[in-house]
Structures are given as C-alpha cells and as structure tokens.
Design a protein around this ligand. Structure first.
Ligand code: RB5
Length: 154
C-alpha cells in the first residue's frame, strides 16, 4: 500500500473525490491537498503541493486532476524530481510506469467518467517500472533538470 498525495482544481475535484474513496477502501494512505468544492481555484497551487510532497518523500506517488490534466502536468513537472504523466487511457498509464517511472499521474476530469478514471488509476498503481534501458533515459532527463537547476537560488 502506498502513501498518495492528491490534488485537484474545481474541474477535477469530483473525480478526485471518487478516486480518493477507492484508494482509501483499498488501504492506501492519502494526503489530500484539496480542493474540496466546485468553487473556482488555480490548479498550479495544488500541483505544487502534490509535487513537493512527492519530491520530498512525504508521499510515494501523486494524483492530480484538473479539467484536462494538462495544467497539472505542466506545473508538477516544474518541481525537480517529478515525472508527471497525463494519461487518458490505461495503455498510457501502463507505459508511463513501465517506461517512464512516472511518480505523478494527472487526469482530465472533463474528459472521462469515474469508471475510466479508476481503470487508468488501477493500471498506473499496479504497473512496475521496467528499468533496463529506460533507466538510462530517465538519467538523461535528470541530467537536463540538474543542468537548469545549477546556480539557481532556492
Ligand atoms: C480550469 O477551467 C481549467 O483550465 C483547468 O482545470 C485545466 O484544464 C487546466 O489545464
């Protein structure tokens, strides 16, 4: 069972709540950073919190939901150490784990119902990173990240 950080904006909170219920029922520990209502909020505020929780090790994985999943992925991927993957079907979810070792899943709440969202999440949680040649490629991503981080103030 995993510690999973959750975040959503107003366009994603309903799907986030549905997936949260399943995660709790299935024994995962949840850190829910909100939002908790349909009131309009800004997705970067939630992506940052989830990204920081995963990058710091407070959470093992993250799940972010906005209208399309795009803004959440863009923002979370700005946090060093985060590999956020926007997935719209179970195949993408499987590949994002097997090849990319994604540590954050982003979903589009306006693109799917709860059933598809759950299928994607289940596939994502049950697929392990394959390692091997993919390890080398992730190393290259990390090198690019550290090149741009060098000399940067906190
Ligand atoms: C909010 O209207 C919408 O822009 C947001 O949920 C998300 O889709 C951004 O990528």
């Amino acid at each position: 069972m995993l510690v999973i950080a959750l975040g959503a904006d107003h366009a994603g909170w309903e799907l986030k709540e549905a997936l949260k219920a399943w995660l709790i029922e299935n024994g995962h520990q949840i850190l829910d950073f909100g939002t908790h209502s349909p009131e309009s909020v800004d997705y970067p505020d939630y992506a940052l919190q989830v990204g920081e929780a995963v990058a710091s090790g407070k959470a093992e994985r993250g799940l972010l939901v906005c209208g399309t999943g795009i803004g959440m992925a863009m923002t979370a991927n700005k946090v060093p150490g985060i590999r956020a993957a926007l997935c719209s079907d179970p195949f993408m979810a499987r590949m994002s784990r097997e090849h990319n070792d994604a540590n954050v899943l982003t979903l589009g709440g306006r693109l799917m119902d709860g059933e598809l969202g759950l299928e994607i999440l289940q596939m994502w949680l049950s697929t392990e990173f394959a390692g091997g040649r993919h390890e080398r490629r992730l190393g290259k991503i990390a090198q690019i990240e550290s090149r741009f981080l060098q000399g940067r103030e906190e």
